[in-house]
Write a protein that binds this ligand. Structure first.
Ligand SMILES: [Zn+2]
Length: 125
């Protein structure tokens, strides 16, 4: 995702919010300052362990995926929105709480699943 109107402090605080919620399992895969635009970063979240909290899971096969789930992204973006940042994901621009928690359908092995179901978060809750 691209984060506008931000700084390293915002991003680290948002990461900290994720780590409080997801048992310290969240890290940056990428956190690169865009040199041309001040206050703009290219960010990708990742998990330390794919079998721990906040990791994505293939709902059909049950296989754990080495990537951060929908809930992790939600918490991260929520924290940034609170700080007045603007986030641009692959699909859309996120400026509000409602944009952030929009639940999208994804196609996995020919089956439509909700993005929020592609992990164990709600099954653990
Ligand atoms: Zn989740």
């Amino acid at each position: 995702m691209i984060v506008y109107k931000t700084c390293l402090n915002d991003l680290n605080e948002a990461l900290l919010a994720c780590n409080r919620r997801f048992a310290n399992n969240i890290t940056f895969r990428t956190c690169i300052k865009k040199t041309k635009n001040a206050g703009t970063y290219n960010v990708r979240l990742d998990v330390r362990s794919s079998s721990a909290n906040g990791a994505k899971q293939d709902v059909i096969t049950g296989r754990h995926i080495h990537a951060a789930c929908w809930h992790v992204h939600g918490v991260f973006i929520e924290e940034l929105l609170k700080r007045g940042c603007i986030i641009s994901s692959m699909h859309n621009k996120l400026t509000t709480h409602a944009d952030n928690w929009k639940n999208e359908e994804r196609l996995r092995h020919g089956v439509v699943v909700l993005a929020s179901d592609m992990c164990e978060c709600e099954r653990q809750a």
